[in-house]
Design a protein around this ligand. Structure first.
Ligand SMILES: Cc1ncc(COP(=O)(O)O)c(C=O)c1O
Length: 291
């Protein structure tokens, strides 16, 4: 992954090396802020409206007041791609913090939020999309406001590291045996032609790719049931898959070493991968390439 040189800082475009923050910055000291990651295909954002809507929901939830409208912000993000002459597959990372101020838990008065955004290349991971991934299960020890895309990611980082140490791609998180989501993705179980996933309560992030999946299943006539499944249900699952902006729709083929669907990506997962490619205007057809 390589980073493009021009970044957005507040509402200005500067070289990435010119970005400096004072030591007393609230994202650095408290994780007091939120972020977004947006997928880019061939120099175009995918699901931009969904991400910008979520950004505004997150900032509102933690009482950060943005100084621009959604439309103005989208224009800035488009301008960022233009200034970098970006035409590749990639992603945008952006974060908003409460601002720079002397360290004190209480909100500072009259301080503007700090915002930056940068873009980098990121090719699609065709190997994991084709073959699927292995995951572990892990207790969900996060707070009760996981619908906010908060910078506080320590439990997610610890869970993902645990997965990595077991040569796995992700950790499926559960609260008392009920599956919420993964450390950085939403997760779904397929049984008897129906898809099950945790409802969009405060306990999970409402993923933008999940919103797209909600559209795909309507077109495909596949029932999507917003009901948490359990760790025991995984033993009986026909298919499992996860979604996120960087992972798209990725099949899960083993959980804690147990093979799902004999270790092969399932048919419903494949249908959703095809729908995803169509929706994101991806020219290369995954399934045909795999045949
Ligand atoms: C905890 C968590 N859940 C779900 C997702 C998927 O969200 P999206 O589809 O918007 O990328 C992410 C993305 O990073 C995440 O961090």
């Amino acid at each position: 992954m390589s980073m493009y040189p021009v970044i957005l800082s507040q509402t200005k475009f500067i070289h990435r090396d010119s970005l400096t923050f004072p030591i007393e910055e609230r994202a650095l000291q408290f994780g007091d802020g939120i972020y977004e990651v947006i997928r880019i295909y061939k120099g175009k954002y995918y699901l931009l409206d969904e991400h910008v809507d979520r950004l505004f929901r997150s900032t509102e939830a933690i009482k950060i007041k943005l100084l621009f409208t959604k439309k103005e912000f989208k224009n800035l993000l488009h301008e960022l791609l233009k200034r970098n002459e970006m035409t590749e597959d990639g992603k945008l990372y952006m974060q908003v913090s409460r601002g720079s101020a002397p360290r004190d838990h209480v909100f500072p008065k009259d301080v503007d939020p700090n915002i930056y955004a940068y873009v980098q290349t990121q090719p699609r991971n065709l190997v994991t999309l084709k073959n699927g991934v292995s995951v572990i299960t892990h207790r969900d020890i996060r707070w009760e406001n996981c619908f906010i895309k908060s910078l506080n990611l320590l439990p997610n980082v610890m869970a993902k590291q645990e997965a990595k140490e077991q040569n796995c791609y992700e950790a499926i998180l559960h609260r008392d045996g009920r599956v919420t989501e993964c450390s950085s993705a939403n997760v779904y179980l397929v049984k008897d032609g129906k898809i099950y996933t945790h409802p969009t309560t405060n306990n999970i992030l409402h993923g933008c790719v999940r919103m797209a999946v909600e559209r795909f299943v309507q077109e495909l006539g596949i029932p999507l049931i917003e009901e948490a499944f359990t760790l025991e249900d995984i033993n009986e699952a026909d298919e499992l898959f996860l979604t996120s902006s960087t992972s798209e729709v990725t099949p899960i083929v083993t959980v804690d070493g147990l093979a799902i669907n004999n270790g092969e990506p399932g048919n419903i997962t494949r249908q959703l991968q095809v729908a995803y490619e169509k929706d994101a205007n991806i020219v290369e057809n995954l399934i045909e390439n795999y045949a």
